[in-house]
Design a protein around this ligand. Structure first.
Ligand SMILES: Nc1nc2c(ncn2[C@@H]2O[C@H](COP(=O)(O)OP(=O)(O)OP(=O)(O)O)[C@@H](O)[C@H]2O)c(=O)[nH]1
Ligand SMILES: [Mg+2]
Length: 462
């Protein structure tokens, strides 16, 4: 079994720091550490109580490497569930490497990516969704993504899924029993109850699956594409939002050719703003590529910001562009820019709103004078919250989303089969497949392939 060996890795980032932490996990971790540690008070760390810290020296024979703090955690009361030793030493690259080599020389093996958390999972210290949340937590960069990861780490929806799965297993065994007694034509599984359960599960799986759209943008940043005609002020808007001179601004049409992207956290939500090349027909080969990219970005974005120049007389051109982007079906924020030079007579925004009643959010700004930029930020936050409001629990993980969808499809086909009065043995195929998919999420079913995929994405030392 892979848990037989004792593993070691640096738990803090490599490079120079005030301190660095080396973590050893496995049966032999305390005895291996004892071979290179000499406590100040001459205490033998073998046979000490768990959760105790000792001050002392790390020594390679007689050569002193560093003065360290060494902490012992005894399994099962540790992160991995095994015996763990943590050595806090001075954070010099050299010292860290020397201690790592020394621990390996004394019998530990270098840990693979995610192996500590994999062990925690295999020793049932956490389920699979919680293990995955550890990786999310480490990489979270905003308040919102941090909140989702913490929530998932505390159990999130996995208990719920586990319960639903348990109820499905119950029915599966009832149906299996019926098949065993098929000659006698008995019904152990109450069809009405079963149908009710399927409906309940379907609703919940749907809710979870739908929440993914929101969860994934919170985790990776909400993509917001800024699009419009050349010179509308797209790059000026990006700069105003970021409060820095990120993109080149000029009065020449077609200044921006490539898409320019930067992130900004507003009220705890991370946004990815993408400034694009102005949309127009052009002979210029490179600009044309830029326009194509702009359209691709618009398609990929979660929110579209369509911006136009209030003094632009070509209203038909604006309406035509809006018509084509409205078909992309996104949340669109309409922005009338350059209000500082507006004569006050232009009423393009009302005209557009009359033409496209689905454009609910419209705002007049001036990027040059920084008028209503904060108002726009508030609108962006509100828009994201509206996307998320539909569900309480939020799925952020692609793997969970795929399994949820597989299970959902199975449940729907069981429902249909029952309405069509299809025999139990056919139902049980889909039933088992749904049970399998739900089990994949929590790790009640784990294939080596699934585990490999998950833990290889961790950093070494976690
Ligand atoms: N008066 C005024 N001028 C503005 C405002 N915003 C942008 N401009 C000017 O409009 C011109 C074009 O601005 P950009 O931000 O480069 O426009 P763009 O949409 O990125 O243009 P392309 O990259 O060519 O597609 C520049 O001369 C800006 O100074 C504004 O709020 N008021
Ligand atoms: Mg530009």
């Amino acid at each position: 079994m892979l848990l037989e060996n004792t593993i070691v890795a640096l738990a803090t980032p490599s490079g120079t720091g005030a301190i660095g932490i080396i973590r050893i996990s496995g049966k032999e971790s305390i005895s291996i550490a004892s071979k290179c540690f000499k406590s100040h008070r001459d205490i033998n760390i073998i046979n000490q109580a768990s959760h105790k810290t000792f001050l002392g020296w790390i020594k390679d024979d007689e050569r002193i490497i560093d003065k360290v703090l060494l902490t012992i955690y005894k399994g099962p009361n540790s992160y991995t569930g095994e015996n763990i030793v943590e050595i806090s030493c001075h954070g010099s690259q050299y010292i860290l490497q020397e201690i790592l080599h020394l621990i390996v020389k004394n019998g530990a093996e270098p840990a693979k990516a995610g192996e500590f958390t994999l062990r925690a999972f295999l020793n049932r210290k956490m389920d699979l969704t919680q293990a995955e949340a550890v990786a999310d937590l480490i990489s979270s960069e905003s308040k919102a993504s941090h909140e989702l990861a913490i929530n998932q780490m505390r159990g999130g929806y996995s208990k719920n899924i586990s319960d639903l799965r348990g109820q499905l297993i119950h029915f599966a065994s009832m149906i299996a029993l019926e098949l065993d007694f098929s000659e006698e034509d008995v019904e152990f599984a109450n069809r009405n109850e079963f149908l009710k359960l399927l409906e309940k599960i379907e609703t919940q799986l749907k809710e979870l699956s739908d929440s993914f759209a929101y969860g994934s943008v919170i985790k990776n940043g909400v993509p917001v594409a800024i699009i419009g005609k050349p010179n509308a002020g797209k790059s000026s808007l990006l700069n105003a939002l970021l409060n820095e001179d990120k993109a080149i601004v000029s009065e020449i049409e077609g200044t921006t050719r490539d898409s320019i992207e930067d992130t900004l956290i507003i009220e705890g939500i991370q946004f990815r703003f993408i400034d694009t090349a102005g949309l127009r027909d052009t002979e210029d080969k490179i600009e044309l590529i830029g326009v194509k990219r702009a359209i691709e970005n618009a398609k990929k974005a979660k929110i579209l910001v369509y911006i136009y120049d209030v003094t632009d007389k070509d209203t038909d051109g604006i309406l035509e562009q809006l018509k084509s982007i409205i078909s992309i079906d996104k949340r669109i924020i309409l922005i009338q820019n350059k209000m500082d030079i507006s004569s006050g007579k232009e009423n393009t925004i009302n005209l557009i709103k009359k033409e496209f009643t689905q454009l609910a959010i419209a705002i007049s700004i001036s990027t040059n004078e920084k008028v209503s930029i904060n108002k726009l930020k508030k609108i962006l936050v509100k828009t994201v919250n509206e996307i998320g409001n539909s569900s309480q629990t939020i799925v952020t993980n692609v793997r969970h989303h795929n399994s949820l969808n597989k299970a959902l499809k199975d449940i729907q086909s069981i429902k249909k089969a029952m309405k069509d009065d299809i025999s139990g043995d056919l139902i049980s195929v889909d039933l088992n497949s749904a049970i399998y998919s739900l089990g994949e999420i929590t790790g009640e079913i784990d294939s080596d392939e699934v585990l490999g995929n998950i833990f290889q994405n961790f950093c070494i030392g976690k």
